[in-house]
Design a binder for this molecule. Structure first.
Ligand code: PLP
Length: 444
């Protein structure tokens, strides 16, 4: 296949600190991390060879304080679906900032109402009522509470290796012992079953189960795709057994997998859908859960049974409204399919050339993952890709996998450049750690 024509390099952003100022900024920031944030985080940066500070971003590109350019293939993760600093999102936020950034909350807020209507339009089926919060974990907390409220039942069937956030409720649904064990006892009533096994879901549904909760593609588990038809089967089981289905689309949603929402690949309408990450256009934090009308009865009777001071603030809602407009007008979900195929094609070539290092490559749309034969290769490749101007990041529940989730506005030429950088990094990791088995012997 012919290589896309490379794009001309972009000028470095204006206002970069120089010489001693730059060195001082880096040194001071890392010292502040060590002293006031977390020395462990500073060590991780050092271990990854990150001796710099982020400075500016635009579209698919990020610049550090040295003016070095990076292609963002991690996206925060999955925050920058419309790219960094999309002009329409910036304009909407600036307009709101100049008038009224936060709500007094004693009068109706037009941006919040408009966003709720817009979400009812773009989400599948009869999903209609929205509650707004500030993060993914909060969106899932709310969904868990709503499922209990609407059914009067306490239990949940959730997935092994799932990632739903780190607040206590969301953590109870999260499937990795490493994050759960230090905080036990967690919220009771959560049963974990293998992802992709509809029979296991059915078997775990007892009389006290309110809902089944899942990610349509597991992100932090290492970009795990369920077998075709799984979501439809789970929907059918939930209907037959009278339990709710909660789809966590915090990572898969808003065009990432080639449809506006990943459940749409199988024509499934969940009872509650949760969103965050890309909803704020990479400019404002915002989360939401959106539910079918029948679930909202108790919320209608007591609108303050669940609330959030900053949830649905005007700045975040204007950012989200502009983001949804960009996603629709620029047909970004439609772009994700073919661009994802191009990227996956390149990753398959890399796997074929480095079978001792790369075990598998997979994904849907622009939600891609590279699974390594050992996690040392993943860590080394991610660090080396950074040195070659490509930002990647391992998945939280599976450090053997690095995600490749660039902005949906990425171009074929940038995909090509990013894939070259990743291949160079894989080769460097192989050269440094040796071939398959060598890393495993010394690793954990
Ligand atoms: C599927 C999914 N749900 C929930 C979350 C938690 O979101 P947040 O970090 O905004 O709390 C994440 C974060 O990675 C996620 O991938």
């Amino acid at each position: 296949m012919a290589r896309p024509r490379p794009e001309p390099p972009r000028p470095a952003p204006a206002g970069l600190p120089e010489g001693a100022d730059r060195a001082r900024l880096i040194e001071r920031t890392l010292a502040q991390y060590r002293r006031y944030l977390n020395p462990g985080l500073a060590r991780l940066f050092q271990f990854g060879g990150v001796e710099t500070v982020e400075w500016a971003a635009e579209g698919c590109l990020v610049w550090d304080v040295h003016g070095r350019e990076y292609i963002d293939c991690a996206c925060g993760p999955a925050i920058f679906n419309v790219g960094h600093r999309h002009p329409r999102v910036l304009a909407a936020v600036r307009d709101q900032l100049d008038r009224m950034p936060m709500s007094v909350r004693t009068m109706p807020s037009a941006p919040m109402a408009a966003l709720a209507e817009r979400l009812a339009e773009v989400t599948p089926g009869d999903l209609q009522y929205s509650f707004f919060c500030n993060s993914g974990a909060e969106a899932n907390e709310g969904a868990i509470k709503l499922a209990r409220l609407a059914t009067g039942r306490p239990g949940f069937v959730v997935m092994q290796e799932a990632f739903h956030g780190k607040t206590l409720g969301a953590l109870s649904a999260t499937g990795r012992a490493y994050y759960r064990t230090p905080f036990e006892p967690l919220v009771p009533g959560f049963v974990h079953v293998p992802f992709g096994d509809a029979g296991a879901v059915e078997a775990a549904i007892g009389r006290d189960v309110a809902a089944v909760m899942l990610e349509p593609i597991q992100g932090e588990a290492g970009v795990i795709l369920p077998p075709a038809g799984y979501l439809r089967q789970v929907r059918e089981i939930c209907d037959r057994r009278g339990v709710l289905l909660i789809a966590d689309e915090i990572q898969t949603g808003l065009g990432r997998t080639g449809r506006m929402f990943c459940v749409e690949h199988e024509g499934v309408v969940p009872d509650i859908l949760t969103l965050a990450k890309a909803l704020g256009g990479g400019v404002m934090p915002i989360g939401a859960f959106v539910a079918r009308p029948a679930l909202w009865e108790r919320m209608k009777r007591d609108p303050y049974i669940h609330s959030s001071t900053f949830g649905g603030n005007p700045l975040a809602c204007r950012a989200a409204l502009a983001t949804l407009d960009v996603l629709v007008d620029e047909r970004l979900a439609d772009r994700a399919g073919p661009l994802g195929e191009q990227f996956l094609g390149r990753l398959r070539e890399i796997r074929a050339r480095h079978p001792g290092v790369v075990k598998d490559v997979r994904g849907r749309g622009l939600m891609l993952g590279i699974e390594f034969t050992h996690r040392d290769y993943a860590l080394m490749t991610s660090a080396e890709a950074g040195h070659r101007g490509v930002i990647t990041f391992y998945t939280l529940n599976n450090p053997q996998v690095i995600r490749v989730e660039p902005p949906l506005v990425i171009t074929p030429a940038l995909i090509d450049r990013a894939a070259d950088g990743i291949e160079g990094a894989v080769a460097a990791a192989e050269a440094m750690l040796g071939s398959v088995g060598a890393a495993a012997e010394g690793g954990s």
